[in-house]
Design a protein around this ligand. Structure first.
Ligand code: AMP
Length: 397
């Protein structure tokens, strides 16, 4: 069966058509600037050239129509008609406490997702717009929602509660949810496979380190803690997000800089992280280049980022009372050997030993620890689209 995977944001939409039997990507692409002047669609069939077409997309329905037209195009399309799309899997950011697993998109499920909008006001409404647009154009095709939060719903209360008045949890559902769940689930399962051991027997720390970054502790197949919280702002220092800070900083900065709460949130989400510390870029490649040229603040940003990862690994080894596997994934985790080495060199207390030659690769599944390392360290490239396709297939089968 072919499964169309859709990841819809407020003004962009990523898509992949995946054959669920072979797990091959038949075509993929991106619609940008939806609802804004200058919108364009990128389409790339497997093994073919990337095509970029500028085309008006006043709404998401037009964007999805263009995706479907591209997939069925006589010359460059990969399917003859939409009958060849067996199901659509939609990424949905926040499932709150309502969704502990992926779900088929019934009217009831749509309503429940809408009820989570307050928890992710920038993302969930955009995800829903994408789902509705798809339903309009493919009314008879089954659709599923795969949530970023669902995998972490197994966290115990002591891990997800904040030290806040309990009624905020009861009334407003203020608690830690965690994100990147599709990736943490995919990578932890793959890591167990690579170790050749049952998933249910292992203690795994997944380091999803990209522009957004989070760690998770996966104990015997269940997420028991993760570093992002009510929103993706908590936890690690990220590209532009601050991660953990003393909450009192917000009032202090607001007064000093004459900012309101929205202004402070903008600083914490968009101007902080390694961008804020280095003053160079949110992209680690730029920061590493600057550090190599002697830029001290860039070097400080890298050390500060690594230090927070090291601290969280320690915290999760403590939370699980041990760790068998540490898996690195996402843009930085898969590609940055210097970061992996700097982090792992600090884990000798866990008996971690890195094989420098094995670590000297990018973007491949590989065990990078030595055979006598007490913890297996791995690079496990994430594939959220494939994970969404697998979940969707399981629901529609
Ligand atoms: P993601 O959000 O998973 O797409 O990751 C994107 C981030 O990965 C970029 O912002 C880069 O900072 C980082 N990245 C990608 N390739 C490399 C590389 N070769 N070395 C260092 N960082 C990289």
């Amino acid at each position: 069966m072919n499964i169309l995977v859709i990841n819809c944001g407020s003004s962009s939409l990523k898509y992949q058509l995946i054959n669920s039997d072979t797990e091959a990507v038949l075509a993929k692409g991106l619609c940008e600037r939806i609802g804004i002047e200058g919108s364009q669609i990128t389409y790339q069939p497997a093994g073919g050239e990337k095509e970029i077409t500028v085309s008006p997309m006043p709404t998401h329905t037009q964007a999805i129509q263009l995706v479907l037209d591209a997939l069925t195009n006589e010359k460059t399309g990969v399917i003859k008609s939409l009958d060849e799309v067996g199901a659509v899997g939609h990424r949905v950011v926040h499932g709150g406490e309502k969704f502990t697993t992926s779900t088929l998109l019934t009217d009831e499920a749509m309503k429940a997702i809408e009820e989570c909008n307050d928890l992710a006001p920038l993302h969930n409404p955009a995800n829903l717009i994408g789902i509705r647009a798809c339903q309009e154009l493919m009314p008879n095709t089954p659709m599923a929602a795969v949530f970023d939060t669902a995998f972490h719903q197994t966290m115990p209360q002591e891990a997800y509660l904040y030290g806040l008045p309990y009624e905020y949890y009861e009334k407003y559902k203020v608690r830690r949810y965690g994100f990147h769940g599709t990736s943490h689930s995919f990578v932890s399962k793959k890591a167990a496979e690579m170790a050749g051991k049952p998933y249910e027997d292992l203690k795994i720390i997944v380091c999803h380190l990209g522009n957004g970054a989070s760690l998770s502790a996966v104990d015997h197949g269940k997420s028991v803690d993760t570093s992002m919280g009510l929103t993706p702002l908590e936890g690690l220092i990220m590209g532009t997000r601050s991660g953990d800070i003393d909450p009192a900083i917000m009032e202090y900065i607001a007064k000093k800089e004459n900012l309101d709460i929205a202004g402070v949130m903008n600083v914490l989400n968009k101007k902080s992280g390694v961008l804020g510390i280095s003053g160079v870029s949110s992209d680690f490649r730029d920061i590493e280049n600057a550090a190599n040229e002697g830029n001290e603040r860039a070097a400080t940003a890298l050390r500060t980022f690594n230090y927070r990862v090291i601290k969280y690994i320690g915290a999760y080894a403590a939370a699980m009372n041990g760790v068998d596997i540490i898996a690195f994934t996402a843009g930085l985790g898969e590609n940055d050997k210097n970061m992996r080495k700097a982090v792992c060199d600090h884990l000798s207390y866990l008996g971690v030993k890195i094989d420098e030659e094995a670590n000297n690769v990018r973007g491949v599944d590989r065990i990078i620890s030595t055979p006598d390392s007490a913890v297996q360290v791995m690079i496990v490239p994430t594939n959220e689209e494939l994970a969404i396709a697998r979940e969707t297939l399981a629901l529609v089968k």
